[in-house]
Design a protein around this ligand. Sequence first.
Ligand code: GLV
Ligand code: MN
Ligand code: MN
Length: 430
Amino acid sequence: MQRDQLERSRQAADTALKHVSSKRLQTAIAELARYGGRDDGGVARETLTDMDLQARRYLIDRARAMGCAVEVDDCANLFFRRAGKTDRPPVMTGSHVDTQPVGGKLDGAYGVVAGLEVLQALQDAGVQTERPVEVVVWTNEEGSRFGPGCMGSSAYVDPARLAGYRAARDGAQLSFGEAVDRALQAIPDVPRRPMQQPLAGFVELHIEQGPVLETAGVPLGVVTGIQSVRWYRVKVTGVAAHAGTTPMNIRTDAMAACIQMAHRLYAEAARQQASGLRLTLGRWVVSPNSINTIPGEVEFTIDMRCVDENVLAEFDAVMRGIVQDGAGRTRVVLEAIFERKPTHFPTAMTALVEEACARACQLATKPAPLALTSGAFHDAMYLADHCPTAMIFVPSKKGISHNALEETDHGDLFMGAQALAYAVTRMAGA
Ligand code: GLV
Ligand code: MN
Ligand code: MN
């Protein structure tokens, strides 16, 4: 980039940053949180449920009111586009608006709402960027209703994945394909566009969902990468029988076998604590789930993660041994549902995000941004396969997320959106 061009894009980035409105951002966060909002302050808006479809409609209307063109693709990913001076591949930001069965107002939603705030700031500042800027709403990031997670973003970068995803079923046996078709039918006014379109870059703004930034007293984080993750489903089949009449020594109790496995898995994870290994057995389905019947079938999920891929691979081998030996007389099926090696964002992108965060911190006279690895996975993990990608984090109070109590200081949310405005404008050029 020429010196004067770089200077122009820095000035435009600074102007956009200064037009971000904290009040408008807070209003938009609260408005979106009404869709699936709960009395305890949380949000229940799992992917492609009626609540999610209503939230999508609200966002489409809001983006159109701002003058954006709206498009959707075959995985129901939504795109809100502010035109550039040229039609070159756009700069993209955004995140997801689906939540865990009970989540907070900010996980994903913040990145989408802040993306729209950036478009509004550009508008108010009278900045016309060289490249278009798009805000995306990725479908099913959470993976709680239909597994795996990040379906929308991973299908965008490799559309061949979509056929397999369409067959995934939720707890009520509805397929992801049927849910996507329903979502598309609900917005006949939104034109369809192909997936895998070229992008100049992707920047995702997200809450940290962990304690690192808050503990350090730093308002903004430059994310250098994302740790490895593997998901499994374990299905244990025993024999359902009468709880009162069946002697203990002749039972084939699926739950007893699972409890033994769980104890051994947690003990092994505790041994690996120093290497940062994380283990969660998050979803249990017990059949027939009756007080006086021995469980005949139990299914549970394993979520395991680590920054060190070698530690995760070793734990994986131990986990397989434990699951197979713990079976007793039961039958065990282990199914892999998701695997992702560590993601490393390119240094040119982390440097750009660092510049953006440093500017927001300097204006607020706050400590300089901190570099950190993400413990959670994000859509940016897949976008990194497709285009130059980066992420910005803001702190999470008490490190809590995937919980109704998820919260971030308003000033930090404001600074995150300012840094996003700067980074996006720098990338889009002016
Ligand atoms: C995303 O929600 C994750 O589980 O990391
Ligand atoms: Mn998220
Ligand atoms: Mn989440």
